[in-house]
Design a protein around this ligand. Structure first.
Ligand SMILES: [Zn+2]
Length: 83
């Protein structure tokens, strides 16, 4: 059975209680994961990207959370005004 790595970008704002999934991207398992995830985060301006392991190319089969990546530089701007 094949294993698929899928990255999901999340839009997060703690101030507005926002935690919303945006897009799904299949990862190329032959390439470095962190590099691909960083590119995806930049494209979507996503502060959180989760990588899931799935047994199908979409997220409909068995899905396991593999790793979470955080990108401080893409956090919502409203954090700047808090404190
Ligand atoms: Zn915010």
């Amino acid at each position: 059975m094949e294993t698929y790595y899928l990255a999901v970008t999340y839009d997060v704002c703690v101030h507005n209680d926002l935690y919303e999934d945006m897009n799904q991207y299949p990862l190329d398992s032959t390439k470095e994961m962190e590099k691909q995830v960083a590119e995806i985060a930049k494209q979507d301006i996503a502060p959180v990207v989760k990588v899931f392991i799935a047994n199908s190319a979409d997220l409909k089969g068995d899905v396991t959370l593999y790793k979470e990546f955080y990108f401080k530089e893409f956090e919502c701007n409203c954090t700047e005004y808090v404190e």
